[in-house]
Design a protein around this ligand. Structure first.
Ligand SMILES: [Zn+2]
Length: 209
C-alpha cells in the first residue's frame, strides 16, 4: 500500500458508495446540485488498469471496461481514458475488483501531487462484487464503476437521487437490470473542471439543468 506512505503530504479523498436506504421526505422542487471535488487531471490522456482478484468473472471485468468507456464522450478538454499498455504494473487509475461482501459497493481514493495542489497524481478504485451477500448484476457492476470513475475525474456527489453521482445507490441500481449513465448534470460538472488551468477556477458545485 504505497499510497498510505504518502498520506502525510498528499490530499487524500475517500468516497464511498453504500447501499444505505434513503427516504426522501420532501418534495423535489429546487434544481439539483452537483458538488465538485476541486481536483482534476492536467494531462490529456489518463491510463487505467484493472486488477481483478481471485474468482472475479471475465464478465465483471468486461462490465468494468464497458462502464469506463461510457465516460468516453466527454466534453472537449476533458482527459481521454485509455487502458494501460499490456503488462503495465500501474496506471493513473487502478481499479481493484474483488469478490467480496459488506456494505461498501465502491470506493475511490485520490491523491494529488502535493497538499497544495488540485492536480491528481493517482486514483485507486475498489469495487466489490457483492453487497449484503447478493451478487451485483452486470448493469450493477457498470453503475458502480461509472459512479467511481466520476469521482476519479473530479466529480463529487449530486443531491438528486436519480443521478449517477448520488451518494447512495438503491438496490435496483446495484442488483437490478437497469444501466444508469452519466447525466447532463455530470457532463456539465466535467465541463466546469476541464480543461484544468487554475485550481481556483473549479467551482465548489454546479446547478444541474
Ligand atoms: Zn460516491
Amino acid at each position: 500500500m504505497s499510497g498510505l506512505q504518502r498520506k502525510s503530504f498528499s490530499n487524500i479523498l475517500i468516497l464511498v458508495l453504500s447501499t444505505t436506504v434513503f427516504l426522501a421526505l420532501w418534495a423535489h422542487t429546487a434544481n439539483a446540485t452537483l458538488d465538485l471535488l476541486r481536483v482534476g487531471w492536467d494531462k490529456p490522456t489518463i491510463y487505467y488498469l484493472i486488477k481483478a482478484g481471485k474468482g472475479v468473472s471475465p464478465q465483471a471485468v468486461s462490465d468494468v471496461v464497458t462502464a469506463v468507456a461510457d465516460w468516453g464522450a466527454l466534453p472537449q478538454g476533458a482527459p481521454i481514458l485509455e487502458p494501460a499498455v499490456p503488462g503495465a504494473k500501474s496506471a493513473d487509475i487502478v481499479i481493484h475488483l474483488k469478490v467480496g461482501g459488506g456494505r461498501v459497493l465502491g470506493m475511490a481514493l485520490a491523491q494529488t501531487t502535493s497538499k497544495f495542489s488540485c492536480v491528481l497524481k493517482s486514483v485507486s478504485i475498489q469495487l466489490s462484487g457483492k453487497a449484503f451477500g447478493n451478487s451485483f448484476s452486470s448493469p450493477g457492476t457498470r453503475n458502480v464503476t461509472r459512479h467511481e470513475i466520476g469521482h476519479a475525474l473530479g466529480l463529487g456527489h449530486s443531491d438528486d437521487p436519480q443521478d449517477l453521482m448520488y451518494a447512495q445507490a438503491d438496490s435496483e441500481e446495484v442488483f437490478g437490470p437497469f444501466d444508469v449513465y452519466p447525466s447532463a448534470c455530470d457532463i456539465n460538472g466535467i465541463d466546469a473542471i476541464y480543461p484544468l488551468v487554475k485550481c481556483d477556477d473549479i467551482p465548489r458545485n454546479i446547478l444541474c439543468p
